[in-house]
Structure formats: structure tokens, C-alpha cells
Design a protein around this ligand. Structure first.
Ligand code: ATP
Ligand code: MG
Length: 141
């Protein structure tokens, strides 16, 4: 398989922060070849959550999703590693935790299809947009 050093954006969502799973999830990143290149705790404003999930603005769950995402502190991080985008998506598990594979973040920690513990960029273009949405170049180590 071809490999490429990539960066991706992850958010440990408010449900998982509230439940005290930050350390467990970060441990999974580090155990799976994902190095932390930037990190910031933030309670997103409603507007920030709406901008971040703008591709979903026409979905029936958009109001509820953006209310949830701005409901408390989240940990926003840039992760770096070989094939980091696909690697993180695999580690996260399916959007619906009922369908997530054993051992994935969502299988372990998600509460529902909405309160599903973690976000990860789904492609190089979205990773670039999402990293720039939260971090300046100077923030990346
Ligand atoms: P994310 O973008 O957060 O990494 P994802 O790529 O697995 O998740 P998307 O389809 O992009 O899934 O949905 C974005 C988020 O919207 C989901 O992670 C979840 O929090 C919420 N969501 C998705 N589908 C539903 C649904 N049917 N009902 C409620 N919330 C949903
Ligand atoms: Mg998505």
C-alpha cells in the first residue's frame, strides 16, 4: 500500500470530554501511529459549529448537531502520521456506534449516532479546510 505523511483534524466531542474519555482517546491515537501536531480545548460557539459542519446544513439533524457541538468543551487536535486521514477514520469506527467495529473509539465511547465521541476529517481537502478553520500554520509543531 502506498503511504504518505498526512495531517488530519480530530475533535474529541463534548460528550466524550464530559464523560472523562480524553486520556483514553489520546492514548489510542498515540498507540496507532498518530502524533499530536496541535491541540486546543475550546467550547465552540454555535456559529463556529455551524461553519464547521456547513456541508450538513440542509440535513434534518443540523440544528441538534450544532447545539450539541457547542454544548461544552471539546478537544480540537491536528494529528500527523502515515495515511493519517484513513487511519483515524478506521480508529473512529462507523458514525452510528451500533455499527462501529469492536475496539473503535465510537464503539467504546459513543452514546448515539449524534453524540458519537469523535470527529475526523474524511478526505485531504476537508482535512486542509478543517485544520485551517481552527489553527494557524504557526500553531502546528
Ligand atoms: P464526523 O464528520 O463528525 O467525523 P462522520 O463523518 O462519521 O462524522 P457525518 O455524516 O459527516 O459523519 O455526520 C457528521 C456528524 O453529524 C456525525 O458525526 C454525527 O455527530 C451527526 N450525525 C450524522 N448523522 C446523524 C443522524 N442521522 N442523526 C443525528 N446526528 C447525526
Ligand atoms: Mg463527516
Amino acid at each position: 500500500m502506498e503511504t504518505a505523511l498526512e495531517r488530519t483534524l480530530t475533535i474529541i466531542k463534548p460528550d466524550a470530554v464530559r464523560a472523562g474519555h480524553v486520556g483514553d482517546v489520546v492514548k489510542m491515537f498515540e498507540a496507532n501511529g498518530l502524533r499530536i501536531a496541535a491541540a486546543r480545548m475550546a467550547t465552540l460557539t454555535r456559529r463556529e459549529a455551524e461553519g464547521f459542519y456547513a456541508v450538513h446544513r440542509t440535513k434534518p439533524f443540523f440544528e441538534s448537531l450544532t447545539a450539541f457541538m457547542s454544548s461544552g468543551p471539546a478537544l480540537v487536535m491536528v494529528l500527523e502520521g502515515e495515511n493519517a486521514i484513513a487511519r483515524l477514520r478506521k480508529l473512529m469506527g462507523a458514525t452510528d456506534p451500533a455499527k462501529a467495529a469492536p475496539g473503535t473509539v465510537r464503539k467504546l465511547y459513543a452514546q448515539s449516532i449524534e453524540r458519537n465521541a469523535i470527529h475526523g476529517s474524511d478526505a485531504p481537502e476537508t482535512a486542509a479546510f478543517e485544520i485551517a478553520y481552527f489553527f494557524a500554520g504557526i500553531d502546528l509543531v
